[in-house]
Ligand binder design. Structure first.
Ligand code: ATP
Length: 464
C-alpha cells in the first residue's frame, strides 16, 4: 500500500463526512481533526465494541469515567512532571523541528528509549550519517528536553500555584480510584478497570492524519493481578487484543505484528512490554501497547498520597500491592487502522472501478440502506419507511432516494454499508419481498419483508 493511499483516504474522509480539518473556515488548526456525521458513528461503534468486549462481557472487568483535570500531585507521583519529556532538535538551516530520539533511531537503527540527553546529543554531533530529513544538511541545535503535558490554570488568577495539567493519559484516573472501585464493586484480584477518554500531549512532531495528534482518545485498561502471575496475564491480554482487532473489528491479521520491547527499550519499572503494530501506508506504527508495569503506579501513589493502595487477599491472608497489566489502545489510531484496512478499490468485470470500505458489519456507520425504486410513488415510499422503522430497533438504517439505484449502491459501497434494500413495484403489488444486495459479493436476493429481522440478525452476528 503506497503513501498515495493516505491522500485518497483523506479525500474520501472529507468528501463523505468521516473526518474534517478542525476550524477549517479559519485555515484550520495544525494536526487537529473533527469527526463528521459518518466518522462519529464509526468512532462510537469502535468504542462501543471495545467497551462491550473488554468490559461488559467479562466478569473480571468494570468501567470508569474519570475527569480530565486532576490534582497536580497525581502527575508528580506518576513521574510525568519530571519525566514525560521528549528530546527535540531544530535544524538551523531549514528551521524544521525533530524528535532527537527518532532522528537517531531511524538513521542508526538503535533503540534510544534509555539514552540520556547527553548521549543523544553526542551521537547527533558525532555521526555524519545523521542529516536533516527535510533539507539534508547537518547543522542542528543541541537537543533539549520538552515536557509534553499541556498546562492550564484552575481559578481566575493565573499564578504558578494554580497550574494544573490536561491529562496526558487516562490511566492515572484508574490508579487513583483503585480503592474506590475495590470498595464499591467488591471485585477480587485478578480484576481490571477500563475507561475511554480524551488525553492531551503537546507532541513535537504530530502528523500522518489522525495517527499522532495533540488531542486524542484512549481506551485503557489497568488489570490488577497477584505478583508472580503477571506474565501469564500479559499473555492472556495479548490474545484478547488479537481477537478484538481481528474478529471484532475485522482487521486483517497479516497487517498486524506483535513487537516486544527489548531490554534497552523497556521502561525501568516494566518487566515486559509488547506493542501491537499495524502496517500503515507510512510504515509499521503502534496501535496498542501492552505493558506489565509491576506495582510501580500503585506504590508511587501510596507514597505520595495518604492512602495505602494495597489489597488484602482474604483466602490466603496476604496483603500486597497488586501488579498491573496495562493494555492501552488509541481510539483514533484504531479508527485510522479500520479505515485503511477496509479501503478497497476493485475493478469490476465491466472494467469500471468501485471504491468499497469493507468494514466489519457490526461497526459500519450505516448498516442497512433502504431505497425506494420510485421516489414519488407513495405505496413504495411508505413501505420503505415501514421497513426502516422495523429494522431501526436493532440496526443503523438510512434512507436514500436521491439518485438511480446503481448510483445509490456505489455511494453506499464508498461508505461501507454492508446491505442495501430496494423496495419496488413487486414488493407492494405482488409478493411483499424486497431485493437485498450484499456489499462485498454484490449479489442480490429476494427476501420476504417479514423475514428481514431474522435474516439481518444472523448476518450481523459476530463470531469468535
Ligand atoms: P508513540 O510511541 O506512538 O508516541 P506511546 O508509546 O507514547 O506512543 P502510549 O503512551 O503507550 O503511546 O499510549 C497508548 C496508546 O495511545 C498508543 O498505542 C496510541 O494508540 C495512543 N496514542 C498515544 N499518543 C497518541 C497521539 N499523540 N495521537 C493519537 N494516539 C496516540
Amino acid at each position: 500500500m503506497s503513501v498515495d493511499i493516505m491522500k485518497d483516504i483523506m479525500n474520501l474522509s472529507k468528501n463523505r463526512g468521516f473526518v474534517f480539518q478542525n476550524s477549517e473556515i479559519y485555515g484550520g488548526l495544525a494536526n487537529t481533526w473533527d469527526y463528521g456525521p459518518l466518522g462519529s458513528e464509526l468512532k462510537n461503534n469502535i468504542k462501543k465494541a471495545w467497551w462491550k468486549f473488554f468490559i461488559q462481557d467479562r466478569e473480571d472487568m468494570v468501567g470508569l469515567d474519570a475527569a480530565i483535570l486532576m490534582n497536580p500531585r497525581v502527575w508528580e507521583a506518576s513521574g510525568h512532571v519530571s519525566n514525560f519529556n521528549d528530546p527535540l532538535v531544530d535544524c538551523k538551516e531549514c528551521k524544521e523541528r525533530f524528535r532527537a530520539d527518532h532522528l537517531v533511531e531511524k538513521t542508526l537503527n538503535i533503540p534510544t528509549a534509555n539514552l540520556t540527553l547527553k548521549e543523544l546529543n553526542d551521537l547527533i554531533q558525532e555521526k555524519d550519517d545523521i542529516v536533516c530529513p527535510s533539507c539534508g544538511k547537518r547543522n542542528f541545535t543541541p537537543a533539549r528536553t520538552f515536557n509534553l503535558m499541556f498546562k492550564t490554570h484552575q481559578g481566575v488568577i493565573e499564578t504558578d500555584k494554580n497550574i494544573i495539567y490536561m491529562r496526558p493519559e487516562t490511566a492515572q484516573g484508574i490508579f487513583v480510584n483503585f480503592k474506590n472501585v475495590l470498595n464499591s464493586s467488591r471485585k477480587k484480584v485478578p480484576f481490571g478497570i477500563g475507561q475511554i477518554g480524551k488525553a492531551f500531549r503537546n507532541e513535537i512532531t504530530p502528523g500522518n492524519f489522525i495517527f499522532r495528534t495533540r488531542e486524542f482518545e484512549q481506551m485503557e485498561i489497568e488489570f490488577f493481578v497477584e505478583p508472580g502471575t503477571e506474565l501469564e496475564w500479559h499473555e492472556k491480554w495479548m490474545e484478547a487484543s488479537k481477537i478484538f482487532f481481528t474478529k471484532i473489528l475485522g482487521i486483517k491479521e497479516e497487517n498486524l505484528q506483535f513487537r516486544e520491547h527489548d531490554p534497552k527499550e523497556l521502561a525501568h519499572y516494566a518487566n515486559k512490554t509488547v506493542d501491537i503494530e499495524y502496517k500503515f501506508p507510512f510504515g509499521w506504527g503502534e496501535l496498542e501497547g501492552i505493558a506489565s508495569r509491576t506495582n510501580f503506579d500503585l506504590s508511587r501513589h501510596s507514597e505520595f498520597s495518604n492512602e495505602q493502595l494495597n489489597y488484602h487477599d482474604s483466602k490466603t491472608g496476604n496483603t500486597y500491592i497488586p501488579y498491573v497489566i496495562e493494555p492501552s489502545f488509541g481510539a483514533d489510531r484504531t479508527f485510522l487502522t479500520v479505515l485503511i484496512d477496509a479501503y478497497t478499490v476493485e475493478t469490476l468485470p465491466d472494467g469500471k472501478e468501485r471504491t468499497v470500505l469493507k468494514f466489519a458489519k457490526n461497526i459500519a456507520p450505516v448498516q442497512i440502506a433502504v431505497f425506494p425504486l420510485k421516489k414519488n410513488e407513495p405505496s413504495i415510499v411508505n413501505q420503505s419507511r415501514e421497513i426502516i422503522k422495523m429494522l431501526q430497533k436493532k440496526f443503523t438504517v438510512a434512507y436514500d432516494d436521491t439518485a438511480a439505484i446503481g448510483k445509490l449502491y456505489r455511494r453506499q459501497d464508498e461508505i461501507g454499508t454492508p446491505y442495501c434494500i430496494t423496495v419496488d413495484f413487486d414488493t407492494v403489488e405482488k409478493d411483499q419481498k424486497v431485493t437485498v444486495r450484499n456489499r462485498d459479493t454484490m449479489e442480490q436476493e429476494r427476501i420476504a419483508i417479514k423475514d428481514l429481522p431474522a435474516y439481518f440478525e444472523k448476518e450481523f452476528e459476530v463470531e469468535w
